[in-house]
Unconditional design. Structure first.
Length: 248
């Protein structure tokens, strides 16, 4: 029960990595605030976790809505007393050739993948600073280390997440706040078949040292590590969870 008594806000919690993280955190005693614009699966997950004994607030929200984020955080603090952990996971990853990418598509990618972290982190940070305690985990991508064609807008946004992590760790360390980042590799998630082919998946696994698919729970367990006392000596770090694809 590594998170007993802690309150965790997780974005993009309806599916994939966010959903797995919500489940792992619940198993370890955390109270949860689950934010996702895809409301039906998010609510279904919350109901399932509540049935198992977890305390959960579920919020249907587009993370481009700063007023909505502020209201959700205020309501969560009113219910639970604090937010101790923030997992910035929400993101999109449509593939598009750079010269075919419109300004609107570029802006949407940055808004959802990067600017949303600005919104959520600004909303929770004053409370963490007042308590002199907090764990922030940002989800980036191994594509930042690789450079991937037809994902320029995505890789740029995920590089920004790493920059945000490092600079914020410098700025908040004196308040005993830990800010770290995970760069997942090719994770087996529901939406995968809409963006990659079976041949591409086979190639991904071929590049990994571990010859198996990386699962959402693999990322969730590292989120747990970075959100509990086991990582109290770490901040500003980027951890690959990619089966040994990239080493740095």
């Amino acid at each position: 029960m590594l998170l007993q008594g802690r309150v965790a806000l997780i974005t993009g919690s309806a599916t994939g990595i966010g959903n797995a993280t919500a489940r792992v955190f619940a198993e370890h005693g955390a109270k949860l605030v689950l934010i996702d614009r895809n409301e039906p699966p998010n609510e279904a997950t919350a109901a399932e976790l509540e049935k198992a004994g977890a305390k959960v607030r579920v919020v249907g929200l587009d993370l481009r809505d700063r007023a909505g984020i502020d209201a959700a955080v205020a309501a969560a603090v009113d219910s639970f007393g604090s937010i101790d952990i923030l997992v910035n996971n929400a993101g999109i990853y449509p593939r598009k050739a750079f010269l075919e990418t419109s300004e609107q598509e570029w802006d949407e990618m940055q808004a959802i993948n990067l600017k949303s972290m600005f919104h959520t982190t600004q909303a929770i940070l004053p409370g963490m600073m007042a308590r002199r305690a907090g764990k922030i985990v940002n989800i980036s991508s191994v594509t930042f280390h690789l450079g991937v064609a037809n994902l320029v807008h995505y890789v740029a946004s995920k590089g920004g997440v790493i920059g945000l992590t490092r600079a914020l760790a410098r700025e908040t360390g004196e308040h005993d706040i830990h800010v770290n980042c995970i760069t997942p590799g090719a994770v087996l998630v529901e939406a995968e078949k809409t963006v990659v082919t079976d041949e591409q998946v086979h190639a991904f696994v071929g590049e990994q040292s571990l010859k198996r698919r990386i699962l959402p729970v693999d990322i969730a367990r590292v989120c747990l590590f970075l959100s509990c006392e086991l990582s109290d000596g770490m901040t500003g770090q980027v951890l690959n969870v990619d089966g040994g694809w990239v080493m740095h």
